[in-house]
Design a binder for this molecule. Structure first.
Ligand code: NI
Ligand code: MN
Length: 228
């Protein structure tokens, strides 16, 4: 399994059986590395409808080789935009396909489509790989107590957590989120893209000092991968 950070909240995940997943497909983000895999991806997951997360999905999912997975309202929007293969789901549900499972979990944020209309609720995803190892992409979110339930139920091995502050959790909130989720490994995201997203890995490490549970923090530079 390999996770590649493409900047902001965009991650490419290659599974054990070489399925290619792209989460929050903003490949044109200001942090994006020079070398990018433009697909086709087997699955594109969308956490919510804000432009920095819908990203380049309309370009990337033009053919039915790519299945987009998103909440119902985003699904309806993407189908209207002409994408051929979009699976809608909603919070609490799991969609299993090809040895993989995608569970939609809550996120504490907002979500509106490019035309300003309601984009459904924002979400995170639990991705269960072929060997049952689970990853958690939290999407854009503030801290919320039910992260403890997410940790308990799905026991994510690796959590991708926003730390940028202002629009999402900052380091203080993210350090507490680590205590609730209890993933062994944390990959920080959604920071540094713009000056407002001022949360840093150093600040997260500092905030973690006050807590007993110490996950491994794995800061990836855009373009870098983590393999296991
Ligand atoms: Ni957002
Ligand atoms: Mn965002």
């Amino acid at each position: 399994m390999e996770i590649t950070f493409y900047g902001h909240a965009t991650f490419k995940i290659v599974t054990l059986e070489n399925k290619k997943i792209l989460v929050d497909p903003w490949l044109s983000n200001p942090q994006a590395p020079k070398e990018i895999d433009y697909g086709p991806y087997d699955y594109i997951l969308i956490t919510h409808a804000h432009g920095d997360h819908l990203g380049d999905v309309l370009k990337l999912a033009r053919t039915s080789a790519t299945e987009v997975i998103a909440i119902h309202e985003i699904q309806q929007y993407l189908l209207l935009q002409g994408l051929p293969k979009v699976t809608g789901m909603n919070i609490g549900g799991t969609y299993s396909t090809n040895g993989l499972s995608f569970t939609m979990v809550p996120a504490l944020h907002s979500s509106s489509l490019p035309d300003g209309t309601y984009g459904g609720e924002p979400c995170g995803f639990i991705i269960t790989l072929e060997n049952k190892v689970t990853l958690y992409h939290a999407g854009d979110t503030g801290l919320f107590g039910d992260m403890e339930l997410i940790g308990e139920l799905y026991q994510p091995e690796i959590a991708l957590l926003p730390i940028g502050d202002h629009y999402v959790m900052g380091p203080r909130e993210a350090a507490k989120a680590c205590q609730l989720i209890k993933a062994k490994k944390i990959i920080p995201m959604h920071y540094g893209t713009f000056p407002l997203l001022r949360g840093s890995v150093e600040a997260l490490l500092e905030e973690l000092k006050r807590y007993p549970f110490q996950p491994e923090i794995i800061p990836l530079k855009p373009g870098q991968s983590y393999k296991q």
